[in-house]
Design a protein around this ligand. Structure first.
Ligand code: SAM
Length: 204
């Protein structure tokens, strides 16, 4: 479905191994919303980051006391994320695996929450539902971020398949069967593209 691997896509746009300066940028972004994380994740809790990528979100989050397990199915991405975690993380484990196997890899309630950024939009609706249900087995709550269309018909020609739906479609159609306890939109940090994204918190 994709013309390129995720490792290739990351390599074209950012340093796959974070410099000190990169990490400070990612850390500042997490720091700016740490109150939101504490409200929804609690403190010092166990978090599963699905499609963790290079660790731009979860590695800084680990420095605030969260115990992070990241999972990604691109081995080169996993290797880079492990290096980043070693350099900058606190309690971070990066696993090579498919997010659709989390219900086989982990027992029910193995985590306090799941997080995912830039993941759900890459799958068709039925698989999004499946993936949300699986997350709500391994944890009672999830936080998800997905890019949304800023204008009707917007497309990104970057060789990666994704659904660029608007906020209304996500909330009133795709996620309507789930218990969405919070949603808001904001711009992602410039360092990862500055796109408009929807943030949702879903509870069991
Ligand atoms: C847009 S990137 C997001 C990376 C990271 N969450 C972030 O916000 O910077 C999507 C990531 O999901 C991973 N991914 C896609 N499908 C996956 C699957 N079925 N299982 C595990 N990881 C997957 C890709 O390898 C990629 O690293």
């Amino acid at each position: 479905m994709n013309d390129k691997t995720w490792f290739q896509a990351f390599s074209e746009n950012m340093n796959v191994i974070f410099t000190d300066e990169d990490f400070q940028t990612y850390l500042a972004d997490i720091e700016s919303c740490i109150d939101f994380y504490i409200k929804h994740l609690g403190e010092n809790t166990k978090i599963l980051d699905l499609g963790c990528g290079l660790g731009t979100g979860s590695i800084p989050l680990s420095t605030f006391g969260y115990k992070i397990t990241g999972i990604d199915n691109d081995m080169k991405v996993v290797e880079a994320a492990r290096t980043n975690a070693e350099k900058f993380g606190k309690d971070v484990q990066i696993i090579h695996g498919d997010v659709f196997d989390i219900d086989k890899m982990f027992e029910s309630d193995s985590f306090d929450a799941c997080i995912s950024g830039g993941l759900l939009e890459h799958f068709p609706e039925s698989q999004i539902h499946e993936l949300i249900r699986k997350q709500l087995v391994v944890a009672p709550k999830l936080i998800a971020y997905m890019p949304i269309a800023s204008y009707p018909g917007e497309k990104w020609d970057d060789g990666i398949y994704r659904n660029l739906w608007d906020e209304k479609y996500w909330l009133e159609d795709i996620l309507v069967e789930f218990n969405v306890i919070h949603h808001s939109t904001a711009r992602a940090m410039e360092a990862i593209g500055g796109f408009l994204e929807l943030e949702v918190v879903i509870d069991r």
